[in-house]
Design a protein around this ligand. Structure first.
Ligand code: ATP
Length: 340
């Protein structure tokens, strides 16, 4: 499936269905949804109990009859029915307003650059299930590149990293298309699991979900952070609550393996680029987008590992949906965007 810029301008709703968060922009109304991609359902009746923030707060704290579901994984819909129910609950009323104005609902959505036909179809079916008559798909790196103001339509190289929840997409764009790209299993969730695993193996302690992120932020947030952080968890053996002190260096060691995978992927993407584009990139460096781009120290580590300049996009978590909105609004010059 391919979409032209004209097709994109006809869209009235832009959807970035992410593993961590769902973001929706409506033409003329701006960002109307920015909520966790989470649904809580009653397993006995099948009824929807909560979506978004409310459902995310229930995760890890539910009784047996409530199941908390994440219908999107790695940027692709893995549970179409739940994704539809979630989107309907999040945007249903707002879309009814458009329908009342007899706006023919055309939607544009992001899709990972390496999504297979089934994954694309799942996104299309999710959106048609909530009332879209036609769905255009744009690969996430292109959308994020446009969203953070990169001149992706020009014959110049732009390197973009989309740092999501479980994966990071690395892409070099030129003339509106992806020249070379790769994906690595690194994101906020990977870092989360690395920290949990480390504390479990080293201190025999299971950390509650809510403790991981503050611990990681506190210990890697600043170059000068030398203090140890105290965390409360459940002892793996006794099952009782216990507190331990964690060293910042230990957290850095725990998150090193996934970060090494990222630099390897950047190198392999550069390897597949023509030398002219690599020369452009040596001057311009790369831009980090996606929520995990906010991981403290990520830009610095990438600078050290690649020797390239690294820029953090403004509001990196919104780059992709903002890029879709820019396309809908016709705010980019015509180019042959690689859309699927
Ligand atoms: N301030 C922050 N510091 C560190 N990590 C952050 C911050 N804000 C968000 N994150 C991480 O960013 C990730 C979510 O990013 P984003 O919203 O771009 O993902 P997504 O688009 O839903 O995921 P995907 O692209 O994998 O489908 C989460 O793992 C979250 O922990």
């Amino acid at each position: 499936m391919s979409s032209s810029l004209e097709d994109l301008i006809r869209c009235s709703i832009a959807v970035d269905l992410g593993a961590a968060r769902t973001r929706v922009q409506v033409k003329g109304a701006g960002l109307i949804v920015d909520e966790p991609s989470v649904v809580a359902v009653n397993t006995s009746t099948g009824a929807l109990i909560a979506v978004g923030e409310a459902a995310a707060r229930m995760a890890g704290r539910t009784p047996q009859h409530i199941r908390v579901v994440r219908p999107v994984s790695g940027g692709t819909v893995v549970d179409i029915d739940m994704a539809r129910r979630m989107l309907r609950a999040l945007v249903g009323e707002k879309l009814q307003g458009l329908r009342r104005r007899r706006v023919l609902l055309r939607a544009v959505a992001t899709i990972p650059h390496d999504a297979d036909p089934l994954a694309r179809r799942a996104t299309v079916e999710t959106l048609t299930g909530v009332g879209a008559r036609r769905v255009e798909l744009v690969d996430t790196p292109t959308a994020a590149g446009i969203g953070c103001g990169l001149p992706v339509e020009r014959p110049e190289a732009a390197m973009i990293l989309v740092c999501g929840a479980a994966t990071t997409q690395v892409a070099v764009l030129s003339l509106g298309s992806i020249v070379a790209a790769g994906t690595v299993g690194l994101g906020g969730d990977t870092i989360h699991h690395a920290v949990v695993e480390y504390v479990r193996n080293r201190h025999e302690l299971l950390l509650p979900n809510q403790a991981v992120r503050p611990l990681h932020l506190a210990l890697t947030g600043g170059v000068d952070v030398a203090d140890r952080a105290e965390v409360l968890g459940r002892d793996v053996v006794t099952g009782l609550a216990r507190t331990v002190c964690i060293d910042p260096d230990d957290v850095r060691t725990a998150i090193q393996p996934p970060l090494t995978g990222l630099t390897d992927t950047i190198r392999s993407v550069l390897h597949r680029c023509p030398p002219d584009l690599v020369a452009d990139l040596a001057q311009r460096g790369m831009v980090l987008t996606g929520g995990s781009a906010l991981l403290p120290g990520l830009d610095e580590r990438l600078r050290d590992a690649t020797g390239m300049s690294v820029h953090l996009a403004e509001q990196p978590e919104l780059s992709a949906v903002n890029g879709l909105a820019a396309m809908m609004a016709g705010r980019i010059s015509p180019f042959t965007a690689r859309t699927r």
